[in-house]
Structures are given as C-alpha cells and as structure tokens.
Design a protein around this ligand. Structure first.
Ligand code: CAA
Length: 258
C-alpha cells in the first residue's frame, strides 16, 4: 500500500499524492513512497509527469505536523533532509514535470509544487509558506525555491507573514503559470503534457538540464552548459528528422527519442 500512485498513460504519467484523510500531508512514509515512485518512472516511455494530490480539496497541505511536533533539533534537521532529498530527486528528474495544484499547496505542498518544472492550478488553489506561524522555517526547499521563483522580496513577505495567497495572486507573482476552473485543471495539465511529449525528447531533456544547471552558476558557465546541451542534440535521429521535415515543408514523423 503506497501513498503515491503512479499512473502511466502512454507517454505521459500522473504521480498522485494519495492521503486525502490528511489533505495529502507529507509524512515520512509519503516521502519514501514518492521517492520510490520517482525511481519507478519508465524514462524510456514517459516524456512528461503530472504531479497532483488526491481529492478535490488539496494538492498537499504541507509536511505532517503531527509527525513533526515532538522532534528534537537533530531529528528535525534529518526530516528536512529527507524531504529535501525527495524534492531534489523530483527537480532533477530528466523529463519535465507539471504540478497541477487543485486546492491547498501549503508549506511542504508549495515546496513540492516548486520542485516541479511548471505549475498550473485551479481557481480554488491556495498557496503559502505558513511555517513561521508553527514555530519553524520552511524546510523542504521553500526558502530557496520561492525566492528564485518570485524574487527575494516577495518570498520574504510570504514567508515572514505566513500569509496564504489565492490562485490569482499566485499567478500574478509568477508562482503559477495559469489558473483553470477546478473541473478543467487535469485536462489542461494533460494537454500541456502531451504538447511537451510530442517534441523531441532528447531536446526537451537537454533544455531542462540547461535551464536548471545554468541557473545555479554564473552566466559564462551557464552559456557553456547550454552549448554542451545544444551540441548534444546534433546527430540524433530526431534532430535530423525535425530539420529535414522543415526543409522539405512537411510535418515531421513522430519523434523517436534517439
Ligand atoms: N499535517 C498533518 N495533518 C494535516 C495537515 C498537515 N500539514 N493539514 C491537514 N491535516 C489534517 C487535519 O489535522 C485533519 O485531520 P483530522 O480530520 O484527523 O482532524 C485533516 O487533515 C483535515 O484538515 P482540517 O480539518 O484542518 O481541514 P480544513 O478544511 O478545516 O482546513 C487547511 C484546511 C487550511 C489546509 C488546514 O488543514 C491547515 O491549515 N493545515 C495545515 C497547513 C500547514 O500549516 N502546512 C504547513 C505544515 S509545516 C511544513 O510544511 C514544513 C515544511 O516546510 C517542510
């Protein structure tokens, strides 16, 4: 019995955090299950993963407060590392990931969404880093990824005030890319995932690597990373077919991932 469901659907797949009785809160077991589920993704077939929460109310309502309440400092640090290791594994997954946020994305839930490449949400979604109101800091990457996504000033305001924000504000500050009625959210996520999956997989993966790795280094090193990724696409069957099809004014054959 796993708290994370992996549902492949051809070249896209869902990862669903499935603990609705606690609004999908992340306890140690959920984190382990998520780690295992990430390891189990068939990267030869799946070209984009959609991450979501079970039920209509919550994406993920944070790390499990009941499980954290009596931790000492060393245990707290260790729990943070467990969460961060999973978030890094998700962030570094070679294929793109879309967080489809239908409801609460608080604390560790907001952090889970931020470890994905792209975030879209329902009009019912609520985002926030409420940790300082519980006497702790964000602990699964929130202090780092929120500042990188929305800027240090807005991240500090959200984290220091612990104020939750609704979908429209999350979209305005760049935390999510688009807002949909809840009943349209997963169809929209699947449509985007299929658009991504239809493109040359080697080029999509190389683009993800260039963006993620380039953001961590200075611009000279970053463009060198891009050059390597760009070069790695040449000579692939998909590059030859994509460019030949353009020059022959026809639609390219489906890309083959080689
Ligand atoms: N941890 C543990 N259990 C949680 C939880 C969490 N983060 N969030 C919700 N639950 C549980 C509730 O305890 C409740 O369980 P019971 O039915 O057994 O009482 C169940 O889920 C339903 O929750 P509510 O009754 O509270 O539902 P609501 O609709 O009244 O409120 C909510 C929804 C506003 C999201 C509220 O549940 C809430 O504020 N949750 C906590 C949000 C939060 O503070 N998250 C940050 C956690 S700290 C963190 O994540 C640290 C980090 O960075 C790693």
């Amino acid at each position: 019995m796993s708290f994370v469901k992996y549902e492949p659907m051809g070249d896209i797949a869902y990862l669903t955090i499935d603990r609705p009785s606690a609004l999908n809160a992340l306890n140690a077991q959920v984190l382990s299950d998520l780690s295992d589920a990430l390891d189990g993704i068939d990267l030869n077939t799946v070209r984009c993963v959609i991450v979501r929460g079970a039920g209509e109310k919550s994406f993920v309502a944070g790390a499990d407060i009941a499980q954290m309440k009596d931790l000492n400092a060393a245990e707290g640090e260790s729990f943070g590392k467990k969460g961060n290791d999973v978030m890094l594994k998700l962030e570094k997954l070679p294929i793109p990931t879309i967080a489809a946020v239908g409801g609460y994305a608080l604390g560790g839930g907001c952090e889970l969404a931020m470890a994905c490449d792209i975030r879209i949400c329902s009009d019912t979604a609520v985002f926030g880093q409420p940790e300082v109101g519980l006497g702790i800091t964000p602990g699964f990457g929130g202090t780092q990824r929120l500042a990188r996504l929305v800027g240090a000033g807005m991240a500090k305001q959200m984290i220091y005030t612990a104020r939750n924000i609704k979908a429209e504000e999350a979209c305005r500050i760049g935390l999510v890319n688009a807002v949909y009625p809840l009943e349209e959210l997963y169809a929209a996520a699947e449509k985007m995932a299929r658009q991504i999956a239809a493109n040359a997989p080697i080029a999509v993966r190389a683009s993800k690597k260039a963006i993620n790795e380039g953001l961590q280094v200075d611009i000279d090193s970053a463009v060198a990373i891009e050059e390597g990724c760009f070069g790695s696409c040449f000579g692939t069957a998909d590059q030859r077919e994509g460019m030949t099809a353009f020059l022959e004014k026809r639609k390219h054959e489906p890309f083959t991932n080689c």
